[in-house]
Design a protein around this ligand. Sequence first.
Ligand SMILES: [Zn+2]
Length: 217
Amino acid sequence: MANEVFSVKSFYNFLNEGGLQCPISSWLWRNNYPRKVNLFNWLTWKNKILTLENLEKQCFNKLPTATCVFCHAGIELVDHLFLHCSFAKHVWKYFVRLLHLPEPPILLSYLIWVSWRSRLQTWIQDVGVWIMKALIWNIWLARNDRIFNANVVHAADIIMKCDRMIFSWFTVIVEGARGKFEDYALAIRHSLKFLDQRAEETNEVLTAEEASEQHTG
Ligand SMILES: [Zn+2]
């Protein structure tokens, strides 16, 4: 069933088959990515995560609607949440520009995803995979934070979290392969520095405004 919600059985079947039938397994489980990030991405590509749309199909959605909590303008499908939503598009756009990547895929499915990856130059294919994984993972965390804790996470925070995650992955690359990623690591480092500085300035302004309010109050 194409849209069945993830079951433990299906995951164990996948492991028992060694992922051999999965066209992306050769690079999905490679390197030192956190396993939970890999697993979550695999489930996303199979449309087996608990999006509001999938929950609604199973009659488990406790929210009044399955509308996306970021834009309130579309149903929370995997493709919407991670690709089509204005929130996701903003994050994608940032990394597409920063690392000169091709436009993101239009759908999240094995074949489309494999085709998007194959459009990347060989030496940047790993970086493209990292961007996709970090983006999907951090958007999901922000979505949960909004639903369960009523916390509004801004796109700039997601970008910074993705930057940190990707930069940490650069640091675990074997010495011999590090050189080919140098330009990308540098771009991510500059992005982090810029965003950190901007966050610091914003905090300073907010603190000054709070102090002024307390003084006048
Ligand atoms: Zn949306």
